[in-house]
Design a protein around this ligand. Structure first.
Ligand code: MN
Length: 244
């Protein structure tokens, strides 16, 4: 089995190395990731300049860097390696739950695989100060990968780890309350600048990704590429028929 591993934190991120090493237990692994951090780039692709794909030396890994976005990396990775069977992205340094799924480059890399018809899982873990011991996640990474391989009807999965996982839970994306906001500040020249920030959400709905992580569960959310709101589409069709 050919497993392409990517991320948005960059090819030298410890998270991608931890994921690639676990993936080596399941097949041939190739890392193709951005040369610099591309977090929150979402599903951007590079179309106004050429891209470069170059081998990098990382102990024990077949690895390449790309001067582009996470989606570019998966597209170039699949171009250079025939018949990729599985794409794994992450482990992101920071959770990708709720609205962050929209902003995430890690999730977008998995979505890009899905566009290409390749099953994919995005993995994220809480951002912590200092070094993370990824061994905590190894057994859960294996559990999720094995579960995913046994269920081809789940082609795109977003997975988030709590700091100390105690079990797995199927969840839905928590989007009721937006946690993003803008903080103005001043630079040394006295000009106003702005930081995009997040505030913690206090109330979480049961069954959502945010809820599962609060409870210490690994959150597994099946995603889809079709953004159509089927309920409202049915409603819209009825309205137009009534008018006609
Ligand atoms: Mn990131």
């Amino acid at each position: 089995m050919r497993i392409l591993v990517s991320n948005d934190d960059g090819v030298y991120s410890p998270g991608i190395h931890a994921l690639a090493r676990v993936a080596q237990g399941y097949g041939d692994v190739r890392v193709v990731a951005p040369d610099v951090e591309q977090s929150a780039m979402s599903h951007a692709i590079t179309i106004r300049r050429p891209l470069h794909y170059a081998r990098v030396r990382i102990d024990g890994l077949d690895a390449f860097k790309v001067d582009g976005t996470p989606a570019d990396c998966v597209a170039l990775g699949a171009h250079h390696w025939d018949k990729v069977d599985l794409v794994l992205t992450g482990i992101n340094l920071g959770l990708n739950i709720g609205h962050n799924i929209w902003h995430s480059g890690t999730v977008a890399a998995a979505k890009q695989a899905s566009f290409l018809g390749i099953p994919a899982i995005a993995f994220s873990a809480p951002w912590v100060e200092g070094d993370i011991d990824y061994r905590v996640y190894e057994s859960y990474l294996r559990r999720v990968i094995e579960l995913f391989l046994a269920h081809p009807d789940l082609p795109l999965l977003n997975v988030n780890f709590p700091e100390e996982p105690r079990d797995l839970r199927w969840t839905k994306m928590s989007v009721r309350h937006y946690d993003g906001y803008v903080i103005p500040g001043q630079d040394p020249m006295g000009r106003t600048h702005y930081w995009f920030a997040e505030e913690p959400r206090e109330r979480v709905e049961e069954g959502t990704d945010r809820w599962a992580l609060d409870q210490g569960f690994v959150s597994l959310t099946p995603l889809r590429l079709d953004l159509t709101d089927d309920e409202r589409l049915a409603l819209a069709r009825k309205v137009v028929q009534a008018d006609g």
